[in-house]
Design a protein around this ligand. Structure first.
Ligand code: AMP
Length: 289
């Protein structure tokens, strides 16, 4: 970044204003890195931001709790918010623009066009949240159209989402490079998540079973276990030993196609979703094999 371009972070709420700022950067030949988020930012988001700041002239973060990816029974209304803290984190991390639209701005009246995906969305979160990825693809596609980033950064914490976005970009010829970043964890292993704030002290302790199951599953695959049913059974046993935890799913899938497998014979994604109290948490590991 040239010195004369150094300025404090800008904040926009409107699409048109955001486009104008980005157009001005593009005229100057700046590359744009983009991190879509739902806010309540933590070190996981910060890692994506840091990578974008290193790799691009300008970094844009969006904060938008996207209603179309939540089912009516889910936590849309309770989703944690702290825009002041989000702005402070972004500013410290070197973000140039934070885009915080509201739902009316993103979905104009009678918005009726969506991006749906046939493959990759039938298992894992796509199975337990059937409308989720339609909402994710639609909002990310819209955000890509608004921000027109050169690179976009997504966490491997949401491994199925990362695979889905990569496939959408490939299938729809979107001109953006999608970059995956590894999972950032708390010191005791719990994957960082905005939803961790829902956990009380007892649940926070119980939530460690997710990482415990993931670590053991990975150890089994790495030590040569190829039978998926037996890996899943071991992971299930670990979760079942924690009374506050209830399994939503534990599955091993082909890491690229996100389709069920019975034997590990190539890159594998082991993904789990577990309710701890009322909070649904996810974790995973990917093994190249
Ligand atoms: P969210 O705000 O939860 O929608 O997440 C926005 C982006 O941050 C997504 O690409 C997530 O995968 C990523 N992310 C969230 N938590 C983590 C984490 N613990 N480690 C790495 N990336 C994360």
């Amino acid at each position: 970044m040239r010195l004369e371009d150094a300025m404090t972070m800008q904040k926009t709420r409107k699409i048109q204003e955001t486009r104008e700022k980005i157009k001005a950067w593009k005229i100057n030949g700046y590359s744009i890195g983009f991190i879509p988020t739902m806010g309540y930012l933590h070190e996981g988001h910060q890692r994506l931001i840091q990578q974008s700041v290193q790799e691009n002239h300008k970094t844009v973060v969006s904060v938008f709790v996207n209603p179309t990816q939540f089912a009516s029974t889910e936590d849309l209304c309770e989703y944690p918010k702290d825009i002041e803290a989000d702005m402070a984190l972004c500013e410290r991390a070197g973000v140039d623009l934070i885009f915080c639209p509201n739902a009316e701005e993103m979905y104009v009246n009678e918005s009726c066009t969506f991006i749906d995906m046939d493959g990759l969305t039938k298992e894992l979160c796509g199975k337990s949240r059937p409308t989720h990825f339609r909402g994710v693809c639609t909002v990310v596609g819209k955000l890509f159209n608004i921000i027109t980033p050169n690179r976009a950064y997504f966490g491997e914490k949401d491994a199925q989402q990362l695979a889905v976005i990569k496939r959408m970009v490939r299938d729809l010829n979107m001109d953006v490079e999608v970059i995956g970043c590894s999972i950032v964890r708390e010191a005791d292993g719990l994957a960082k998540s905005s939803r961790n704030v829902y956990l009380n002290a007892e649940e926070r302790k119980a939530a460690l079973v997710l990482n415990k199951a993931v670590v053991e599953g990975k150890r089994l695959v790495q030590s040569g276990e190829r039978n998926v049913a037996s890996i899943v059974a071991t992971m299930e046993m670990i979760i079942a030993a924690e009374p506050l935890a209830e399994i939503d799913y534990i599955e091993l899938v082909d890491a690229n196609a996100i389709e069920k497998i019975t034997t590990v014979s190539g890159p594998v994604l082991a993904a789990i979703a577990v309710f701890v109290g009322n909070t649904r948490l996810i974790d995973n590991f990917i093994c190249e094999v």
